[in-house]
Design a protein around this ligand. Structure first.
Ligand code: PLP
Length: 422
């Protein structure tokens, strides 16, 4: 396996794990503890001289074979030497930051990140662990460098920010991180397959597997991808944040997610294809739409430079309707009258999901920070699904915009088809 391969080719090249009885799918290892034939093996498992790489397992809170295999698939996805899975995306983020930082250390983070990550860095870590974070505009590399102190251990950002969809210059941040001998940790939840942060110089990639990678909104899970030493250190018996805090993944969950990875590429392409067309059509209606795949997006050139273009520019767009009241009326009409999608947080689901981040997924942020990053009252985040036909969904969207008075005429069908159908 080589890192020059595209992620899907890497994933298809790793050793196949068959089921216990020759099943085409791997078996679920349901044991929380593992037996040894020779009593001398037990101390070797505890001192780390026998490892999962050699097929030796100790206890379910440490490595589990089913979770380990999914982790190898995710390592291949990200082009990492190793990976391990966690109980949620937040478990992956908090375990990573706590593994790198000690009391008194400092983090420089993007000022627009998922609300839970904002609360972790702004409230939880300072109060519980004396780890402090300075938030900066991550698109301003000078501001990032200026925020670094002798206590800084991590630069933390999302590949594409939630919910503002600004794109992080990963190679630029990696150069700064290397110059200061600190780790660049990237949350790649919004762009699996399309952007490879490790290939661009990041040290650790974290994922919420709850989103696109899972795809069915029925599982909460996370993953950490990095070099083998870092992943092993997460399971250190004395200081490993996964081993000691214990937010590991259940093997049943690992098996389910593993079965969805073979169609991740198809799903990501269809999410992105439809989102691109929706964004172009919303723009053609003169609405305030933001999507990195649009030529007018401030980071369009950067995302083109950093992405594998086969997978498009992501499955999320935002629409700013100017007031919370207009945003709520549109979402309510789209869900309850037209069946376009659901008012629900989360993303990467097969159906479309709509939320107003200022009062939901970013509500942990201070009013000042919300306003600085442009998370306004009228902002709707749309995760575009792929159920139904594209034209059926577009007609529902346009009819909803018309019903609540955001547009005052419906586009004739021939005109829609002439603009932007690809
Ligand atoms: N990272 C991002 C970008 C997210 O959007 C979320 C949740 O919405 C998380 C991390 C947290 O993931 P989880 O809900 O799996 O803990």
């Amino acid at each position: 396996m080589t890192n020059h391969m595209v992620p899907e080719a890497r994933m298809a090249s790793i050793r196949r794990e068959f089921g216990e009885h020759g099943g085409v799918n791997m078996s679920v290892e349901a044991s929380s503890t593992f037996t040894v034939l020779d009593p001398n093996t037990m101390p070797a498992l505890f001192d780390g001289s026998k490892t999962p790489q050699e097929g030796c397992y100790l206890y379910g809170r440490s490595f589990n074979p089913t979770v380990y295999h999914l982790s190898q698939q995710l390592a291949a996805l990200e082009g990492a030497e190793a990976a391990y899975c966690s109980a949620s995306g937040m478990a992956a983020i908090s375990a990573t930051l706590l593994n790198i930082c000690n009391s008194g250390d400092h983090i420089v983070a993007a000022n627009t990140i998922y609300g839970g990550s904002y609360a972790l860095t702004q409230e939880f870590l300072p109060a519980k662990a004396n780890i402090h974070t300075t938030m900066v505009d991550i698109t301003n590399l000078e501001a990032v460098e200026a925020a670094i102190t002798h206590k800084t251990r991590v630069i933390y950002a999302e590949t594409v920010s939630n919910p503002t969809l600004r794109v992080t210059n990963i190679s630029g941040l990696a150069n700064i991180a290397k110059a200061h001998n600190i780790k660049l940790v990237i949350d790649n939840t919004f762009s699996p397959l399309s952007i490879n942060p490790l290939a661009l110089g990041a040290d650790v990639v974290v994922h919420s597997l709850t989103k696109f990678i899972n795809g069915a909104s029925d599982i909460v899970a996370g993953a950490i991808c990095a070099d083998a030493d870092f992943i092993t250190s997460l399971m250190d018996l004395h200081t490993g944040s996964l081993m000691i805090l214990g937010p590991v993944m259940d093997p049943e969950t690992a098996s389910k997610i593993s079965l969805r990875l073979p169609h991740l590429g198809l799903r990501i392409k269809e999410h992105a294809r439809r989102t691109q067309i929706f964004a172009e059509r919303l723009l053609a209606l003169d609405l305030t739409v933001s999507y990195p795949g649009l030529a007018n997006h401030p980071d369009h050139a950067l995302i083109k430079q950093q992405s594998c273009l086969d997978y498009g520019f992501g499955g999320l767009l935002t629409l700013n309707l100017g007031s919370a009241e207009r945003a709520e009326r549109l979402m309510e009409c789209l869900q309850n009258k037209h069946g376009f999608g659901y008012m629900a947080v989360s993303l990467g689901y097969f159906d479309s999901l709509m939320s107003a981040p200022r009062s939901s997924t970013s509500s942990e942020m201070s009013d000042e920070d919300l306003s600085t990053c442009g998370i306004e009252n009228g902002l709707i985040r749309l995760s575009i699904g792929y159920t139904g036909t594209l034209e059926q969904r577009w007609q529902q969207m346009e009819q909803g915009l018309y019903d609540v008075g955001i547009i005052n005429a419906l586009t004739p069908h021939e005109k829609i088809l002439s603009v932007c159908v690809k």
